[in-house]
Design a protein around this ligand. Structure first.
Ligand code: SF4
Length: 268
């Protein structure tokens, strides 16, 4: 065992022992300790000389299926040091890695950072309802963000901030690889920031929404972020998002029922 890996274990084992001995640590502390161990193990593995015989950390990482290997790499990413320092955890993505349909948002908020899953707050619950109205289960779809760490906030400020273009550009290769492995037949960008992060288009949403763009050869529908619908509860705005989802269902070749066609209309 290399000195470096031994040092990594020395640094993280006390935390793991506390968890093992039943101390009621908050979930974020447990995750953070495990992430630290993973980070050190990955670093040690990447720098270790190839072992002549027997299993090694590097070999077992290479043995992972591609999607799991990608997840393992992203979970310990520190390409944005300021975000790696402020995050509770990386929010990789959730859902079916063989999904036909993938939703892409902008970045984790406080709830997502805490729970490690995209779209789990109020906006996420609304997205789940939209997915169900389309005839899917949330687990049928894949959901991810352009930025995989929560944008940090100035000291003393709460809430969420919009990711910066440079942050999204740094993280985009992870999402590109995720999309390459999921191979969805259609993508949906949720909100203007997601569109900017994916394709660099900064046009206003009124010009983008309801249009098919393309991302790496995959049809990309643009619609409002569910948080916008929470702020603007008018039926006409809900109908716009729903019309976008009907276009997605048509693109995927799904049968649309008369009831689905009438959602958010006067005769619904
Ligand atoms: S935002 Fe993306 S690129 Fe930056 S540290 Fe997080 S996972 Fe890495």
């Amino acid at each position: 065992m290399s000195d470096q890996f031994q040092r990594a274990l020395d640094e993280t084992l006390p935390l793991l022992k506390k968890i093992q001995s039943g101390l009621k640590l908050p979930p974020s502390a447990s995750r953070s300790a495990l992430q630290r161990l993973g980070k050190f193990a990955a670093k040690a593995a990447s720098q270790a000389a190839p072992a002549p015989a027997g299993p090694s950390v590097a070999a077992s990482a290479a043995d992972l299926p591609p999607f799991d290997a990608l997840r393992a790499a992203v979970l310990v990413c520190t390409k944005c040091p300021h975000l790696a320092a402020s995050r509770t955890q990386v929010v990789f993505g959730v859902g079916n890695p063989d999904a036909d349909l993938m939703f892409v948002g902008e970045a984790p908020g406080a709830d997502e950072d805490e729970q490690g899953e995209p779209f789990v707050g109020r906006a996420g619950q609304l997205l789940t309802k939209i997915i169900q109205a389309m005839g899917f289960d949330r687990s049928d779809i894949y959901i991810a963000n352009v930025l995989k760490c929560r944008p940090d906030m100035p000291a003393g400020e709460s809430g969420n901030r919009k990711p910066k273009p440079a942050e999204m550009a740094t993280c985009l290769p992870w999402l590109k690889e995720q999309i390459r492995l999921v191979k969805p037949r259609a993508l949906v960008a949720l909100g203007a920031t997601a569109v900017e992060g994916l394709v660099g288009d900064t046009s206003p949403m009124r010009d983008l929404r309801g249009r098919w763009l393309e991302f790496e050869g995959i049809p990309l529908m643009v619609t409002y972020h569910p948080a916008y619908l929470l702020r603007n509860q008018s039926v006409s705005e809900k109908r716009k998002v729903w019309e976008d989802m009907l276009l997605v269902l048509e693109k995927l070749g799904h049968k649309i029922t008369p009831k689905q066609r009438r959602f958010f209309t006067a005769d619904a």
